[in-house]
Design a protein around this ligand. Structure first.
Ligand SMILES: [Zn+2]
Length: 197
């Protein structure tokens, strides 16, 4: 397993972020010199770099590297992909599950690669709607399937912790192309997501 000690941190960035987080702690009324907080700026800096590592990664390259010719033309479904992201408005977590379906048009990809694409887009500052669209577009533009559909279900800490709206509400977004314009095809996917939960 990869531990944070093994990562090659961009030292200059870490140092700059640490300075800012020390300042933030002071502005929040804390004493950044007290023992419990001494290493906090460094930890937060590294945590934020990890949570936004998706900026440095190319999701299309991931799919292109694992694109296989295959005549299979039934719906391929990857459901319950856990993800964690940060909302770009509050930089607080939103997290949940993504479900992806596509109907191949001569090309398929490894199932784990679909999860990888979700992982990359979620490790950026996001809004759920855009993340849903980006996952869809990435798959459509890379595999060129007959259709792709993405459903994302998430809880937003910025709503839950700040007491805005219903505390336990789940936000669902979806987007699709091609064959999924037909209600029947969308229904088939939605039924398969809902079953065996
Ligand atoms: Zn927010």
């Amino acid at each position: 397993m990869m531990t944070t000690d093994m990562i090659n941190w961009p030292e200059e960035k870490v140092q700059k972020l640490m300075g800012h987080y020390r300042e933030i702690l002071s502005l929040l009324g804390e004493d950044p010199e007290r023992e419990g907080l001494l290493k906090t700026p460094e930890r937060v800096a590294k945590a934020m770099l990890t949570l936004t590592r998706g900026y440095e990664m190319d999701p299309k390259a991931v799919l292109n590297a694992a694109k296989f010719q295959e005549e299979y033309s039934q719906m391929v479904i990857v459901k319950d992909i856990d993800f964690f992201s940060l909302c770009e408005h509050h930089m607080l977590p939103f997290y949940g599950k993504a479900h992806v379906a596509y109907i191949p048009n001569g090309y398929i990809t490894g199932l784990s690669k679909i999860a990888r694409v979700v992982d990359i887009f979620s490790h950026r500052l996001q809004v759920q709607e855009r993340m849903t669209l980006q996952i869809k577009e990435c798959i459509q533009e890379t595999l060129n399937p007959l259709g792709v559909m993405v459903v994302v279900e998430a809880k937003h800490m910025c709503m839950q912790m700040r007491g805005v709206e219903k505390q336990n509400s789940i936000t669902t977004t979806s987007d699709f192309t091609g064959a999924f314009n037909q209600a029947k095809t969308r229904e088939e996917f939605m039924n398969l997501i809902r079953n065996n939960h």
